[in-house]
Design a protein around this ligand. Structure first.
Ligand SMILES: Nc1ncnc2c1ncn2[C@@H]1O[C@H](COP(=O)(O)OP(=O)(O)OP(=O)(O)O)[C@@H](O)[C@H]1O
Ligand SMILES: [Mg+2]
Length: 236
């Protein structure tokens, strides 16, 4: 059984059809990536999985149970954590305070410092800036902080929406390494990326989304060598 199973998912915003029957899955421990043009429906798919948007048809199951009618906090408590496209940090709070908000699931609040230390271990840059206001950090640092806050929730499945958007090549490389490490530790990841090079090099399996439907599916390697993917998404 797949960890996450999406079947025939359809989402509409008023008259706009955003997803026209998407089926996909992620196995436990798998690194899955989703690439596609602007407006293809990638963010909508992640938002619907995490309960921020609702489908009018189709099902989403996690560990065999339907989650598509559950409230967001309930989905999070299943271990499904979404780091959305816009970073949505609290700009007037420090990095540490933002992380603390992410830690609300911790049953034993006294474990917050050790949990934070563990998460900041992935992001040495952030460690240096623990007491800086989140809103005053660079875009890249804020992105790191948003992911760190997601990790404070103790995810089993991490949904990342364009984490490298606007980052320098150096930070993109750093983030790539962090995602690889997290995956290596057994975390299941679904990564939405414009940076198809990076995404396909990291992914076990990949999907191409076009106008709200899955156009292609394969291993990261297969898609990276597919002619249509190379033309449309790798600029080759
Ligand atoms: N809140 C909304 N209201 C109306 N239409 C929306 C809304 N959110 C998204 N859409 C539309 O749904 C479609 C899919 O949008 P979505 O944000 O999921 O695409 P995306 O693949 O994430 O694009 P990008 O790569 O630009 O982030 C687009 O046509 C978009 O205009
Ligand atoms: Mg998007």
């Amino acid at each position: 059984m797949a960890l996450l199973q999406v079947e025939d998912l359809r989402v509409r915003y008023g008259e706009v059809a955003a997803l026209n029957g998407v089926s996909l899955h992620a196995n436990k421990g798998e690194f899955v990536t989703l690439i596609g043009a602007n407006g293809a429906g990638k963010s909508t798919l992640l938002r619907t999985i995490s309960g921020l948007s609702r489908g009018y048809r189709g099902t989403i199951s996690y560990q065999g149970s339907r989650i598509d009618r559950l409230p967001v906090h309930n989905i999070v408590s299943h271990g499904l954590v979404h780091v959305p496209e816009r970073r949505s940090l609290f700009p007037d709070m420090t990095v540490a305070e933002n992380l603390k908000l992410g830690a609300y699931r911790l049953k034993d609040k006294s474990s917050f410092p050790s949990k934070m230390a563990q998460v900041l271990d992935y992001f040495p840059k952030l460690e240096e800036r623990k007491y800086q206001l989140a809103g005053s950090m660079s875009g890249g640092e804020q992105q790191m902080c948003a992911i760190a806050r997601g990790l404070m929730l103790g995810p089993e499945l991490l949904l990342l929406d364009e984490p490298t958007l606007g980052l320098s090549p150096l930070l993109v490389g750093m983030l790539g390494k962090i995602m690889k490490t997290l995956h290596g530790q057994g975390l299941t990841i679904i990564l939405v990326e414009q940076n198809a090079h990076l995404a396909l090099s990291l992914a076990d399996r990949a999907y191409v989304l076009e106008r709200g439907a899955i156009a292609l599916e394969g291993t990261g390697k297969e898609l990276a060598s597919s002619d249509s993917v190379r033309k449309a998404y790798l600029g080759l």
